[in-house]
Design a protein around this ligand. Structure first.
Ligand code: SF4
Length: 376
């Protein structure tokens, strides 16, 4: 554990104590019932339409759930009450941590800074290898939550010296209203707002969210509809559309692809994916090929061999992508950023230890080539 992570852990323990104390005072003051406590601040949802017979249709993500009165959508965190659709997770995070920004991972956005990171229960897909399934595949009444309205999130981020707030761990699409309101307040406080997402969202809400977000990291699960359907209970096509929307708004974008042995690692599929990235997003969007570790419902598979990740890396470089990384392999040379012009090390990484001595402003210190990213 390096010094910065150690300090973060200390800060987090304190933070949790602080936030829980805040919650228990508030609880005793207004004598909330158990049911009200897990609901956070009950708030009407955005992006839905009212139908006949008190039904609603949620237009936030491509599932477009049609929900009867007293029922919830697929994600389990949005509920129809008398024909009004509510989010149950506003101000109601179940995970709060202070992380190095490299953990998200963002490699071209304010490197070596801390990010105040929050998540609520719920997700709108179900990846068979989800590393956070104990909160993403739960309803808010099944997780341990703390009361933390947007204003408090921003206050704490500032207090702990974080340059950004990350909406992460589970799926921020399902806590959209909480994310957007927090991001708006963060901007006034000169703190950046970052979304770590599966991008399984309708184009319009994605476009609106980008007005208050500074960077988005998308987990592109694979480049086949079959993988999305069978392994994630999602769809590829709307994800690609949402990624294009993010890029078109000028919001900083990075991609992560978790390479699962035999399921999404074929050279043909990786070539198709990288060609799509180059054609539709350009060569400067960083892409991280990350190592799979057996998890959740996919414990029968081995971890991804490092050679497979290196093959993906080489394919992406041959196609012309400039910033290609290998993730979850401690100490691998492809954790670092190299200048696409002179190949010198611009940012050196070893796990979460980061040295930016090869960067001057936004340029390579050696040849002055402009390195794409948000550096200050
Ligand atoms: S956000 Fe949730 S309720 Fe809305 S369409 Fe997606 S899964 Fe259904």
């Amino acid at each position: 554990m390096n010094r910065r992570v150690f300090i973060s852990c200390i800060a987090c323990s304190f933070l949790f104590a602080d936030a829980r104390g805040h919650n228990s005072n508030r609880t005793s003051q207004i004598q909330q019932s158990r049911r009200e406590r897990w609901e956070g601040d009950l708030k009407e949802a955005m992006w839905y339409v009212k139908l006949n017979l008190k039904k609603v249709r949620c237009d936030l993500c491509p599932r477009k759930c049609v929900v009867d009165d007293r029922e919830r959508g697929f994600c389990g965190v949005r509920e129809n009450r008398d024909g009004i659709y509510y989010t149950l997770v506003y101000s109601n995070p179940c995970a709060v941590h202070i992380d190095p920004i490299e953990k998200k991972p963002f490699f071209h956005f304010l490197p070596a800074t801390l990010s105040f990171s929050i998540a609520t229960a719920g997700c709108n897909i179900e990846c068979a290898y989800c590393q956070n399934w104990e909160i993403s595949q739960r309803r808010p009444e099944q997780t341990e939550n703390i009361y933390m309205p947007p204003k408090r999130v921003v206050e704490l981020a500032k207090h702990y010296g974080c340059k950004s707030i990350s909406f992460t761990y589970t799926e921020p699409v399902v806590f959209y209203e909480y994310m957007v309101d927090t991001a708006k307040l963060a901007r006034h406080a000169n703190i950046r707002a970052l979304m770590v997402t599966n991008a399984f969202i309708e184009p319009k809400p994605m476009q609106e969210a980008c007005k208050v977000l500074d960077a988005v990291k998308v987990d592109l699960k694979a480049f086949s509809e079959e993988f999305y359907r069978k392994i994630c209970r999602g769809q590829l096509k709307p994800v690609l559309k949402a990624i294009e929307v993010i890029k078109s708004t000028g919001t900083w974008l990075e991609l992560v692809v978790l390479i699962v042995p035999k399921l999404n690692d074929s050279p043909t599929e990786i070539k198709q994916m990288c060609n799509w990235v180059k054609t539709n997003l350009g060569s400067d969007v960083p892409i991280h090929f990350s190592r799979f570790i057996p998890m959740y419902k996919l414990r029968n598979l081995p971890p991804t061999p490092v050679e497979t990740l290196e093959r993906c890396h080489d394919i992406a470089k041959e196609i012309g992508l400039r910033y290609v990384y290998i993730g979850n392999v401690f100490g691998h040379p492809a954790e670092s950023t190299y200048c696409p012009n002179c190949n010198s090390v611009v940012i050196q990484r070893m796990g979460y230890k980061t040295s930016i001595s090869g960067l001057r402003g936004n340029k390579c210190a050696k040849c002055k080539f402009t390195i794409a990213g948000v550096w200050a």
